[in-house]
Design a protein around this ligand. Structure first.
Ligand code: SAH
Ligand code: TYD
Ligand code: ZN
Length: 405
């Protein structure tokens, strides 16, 4: 039996992707032999309904000094975090001498605007590569994993925080009890813990199974987050749906009884109930859709290649590791992947070993089809590469359904 990392209940597996590599472990050709694999499978807790991975990858294998994901690579995301910062500055951080701690601050994409406003802040970011990028811009960062001890040390040195914020990071952290103890040690009595992560409701609705990979340990719903919060002395006081990364929810937690619950919480809980989101039938139905998507995508790719078409990938995303390795997409189908990240270029994608090439080389010459792995940035990328489509090229998407556009 696998025990739930939140409540120790029994986790029932509903989807198994088999042997998978680390999603952000881009390889030099000489490193292929010693590649690390684990079993990627997902289940739902029979007690608290939290959807989670069946196997945990040790955190140091994923988050380290050559972590290659730089959050500032998308202008839409830079804009998103700029407005997030502005909202905090107008609301939670509007009192005297405010202080905000960000868990997983990456390259400073959010804290940059906080720093510019002269507000006290600290990023907690274990991956040296990205932490260094933030520090070079004057942002305060401590290169550690956030957990109970780190939080206590921050509290001792800087005093209590008005906000603890985490974007696309809390779902990466299996050890939630230590996180909540840390947040409790750090927050002012009326402070808030705010986090935003991919929403299970959207993943199911769009069959975006590529959101499932080593780093994404949890797949939250309002229901599972509320149960988790209660267990550790917090209330879920607000939820807000966000359009980024294919559909997320921003959850706001406050200490039990400290704040009034927004009507949005009951609304989202009711919607989840109505849709039967946290039911065995829904998650097994999702697993069936995932298999169908794989089969449709592979039929399309094989057909195009046998007709002599050239296909490349766009966006060497962490998500794409699940797609390429689960579907079996090798370099004879998709000859390479274009990406703007220098730390990924010239390397091979994990498991499938597709060569990653600089995005600037995409034009020379254009392929016939592009499989858009960074589908969450579709608008931004398609606008940037408008000339490709004008030249007769076509995009292949696999979420919400397999289609050529
Ligand atoms: N907040 C950014 C980064 C998301 S990527 C954004 O939304 O774009 C997730 C980040 O969390 C990585 O930079 C990783 O190094 C960091 N991380 C992983 N585990 C962590 C932990 N226990 N404490 C703090 N940061 C962590
Ligand atoms: P993203 O989808 O944000 O995250 P994840 O790796 O967690 O799945 O990754 C986007 C990738 O796409 C990243 O490697 C940068 C790349 N990219 C481009 O090459 N061009 C672009 O215009 C954008 C927005 C991203
Ligand atoms: Zn549980």
């Amino acid at each position: 039996m696998v025990a739930c990392r939140v409540c120790s209940g029994s986790v029932d597996e509903f989807l198994d992707f088999g042997r998978q590599p680390l999603s952000d472990a881009f390889l030099d050709p000489g490193e292929v032999e010693k590649e690390f694999f684990f079993r990627l499978a997902v289940g739902m807790c029979g007690n608290c309904t939290m959807v989670q991975l069946m196997e945990e990858v040790p955190r140091e294998r994923m988050f380290h000094d050559s972590y290659p994901y730089f959050s500032s690579g998308s202008s839409v995301m830079r804009q998103h975090f700029e407005s997030t910062a502005e909202e905090f500055l107008r609301t939670e951080l509007a009192g005297p001498d405010p202080f905000i701690v960000e868990i997983g601050s990456n390259d400073g994409v959010m804290l940059r605007a906080i720093d510019r406003a002269g507000v006290r802040h600290l990023g907690v970011e274990p991956s040296g590569s990205v932490a260094e990028r933030a520090r070079a811009q004057g942002i305060a960062v401590c290169t550690e994993f956030f957990e109970a001890d780190t939080a206590a040390a921050i509290r001792a040195e800087h005093g209590p925080a008005d906000v603890v914020y985490a974007a696309n990071t809390f779902c990466h952290i299996p050890y939630v009890e230590s996180i909540f103890r840390g947040v409790d040690a750090l927050l002012k009595p009326d402070g808030v813990f705010v986090f935003e992560d991919p929403y299970l409701g959207e993943i199911v609705e769009r069959t975006s199974f590529d959101q499932i990979y080593d780093e994404h340990f949890y797949f939250f719903t309002a229901r599972s987050v509320r149960a988790m919060a209660r267990r550790f002395g917090f209330d879920l006081v607000d939820v807000r749906r966000l359009p980024v990364h294919g559909g997320e929810v921003r959850y706001t937690l406050a200490r039990t009884g400290a704040r009034r619950e927004s009507p949005a919480v009951a609304e989202l809980l009711a919607e989840e109930e109505r849709k039967g989101l946290a039911t065995r039938a829904t998650v097994t139905g999702f697993a069936t859709s995932v298999e169908r998507t794989r089969d449709e995508l592979m039929t399309l790719l094989r057909g195009l290649v046998s007709d002599g078409r050239r296909i490349v990938g766009y966006g060497a995303t962490a998500k794409s590791a699940t797609v390429t390795n689960y579907c079996g997409i090798s370099a004879d189908l998709v000859s390479g992947v274009f990406d703007t990240t220098p730390a990924k270029q010239g390397r091979l994608t994990p498991g499938a070993h597709l060569p990653v090439r600089p995005a600037e080389e995409f034009t020379a010459p254009y392929p016939d089809y592009v499989l858009l792995f960074a589908w969450n940035h579709a608008e931004e990328i398609m606008a940037k590469e408008r000339a490709f489509r004008e030249a007769g090229g076509r995009w292949i998407l696999y979420t919400p359904k397999v289609q050529v556009v």
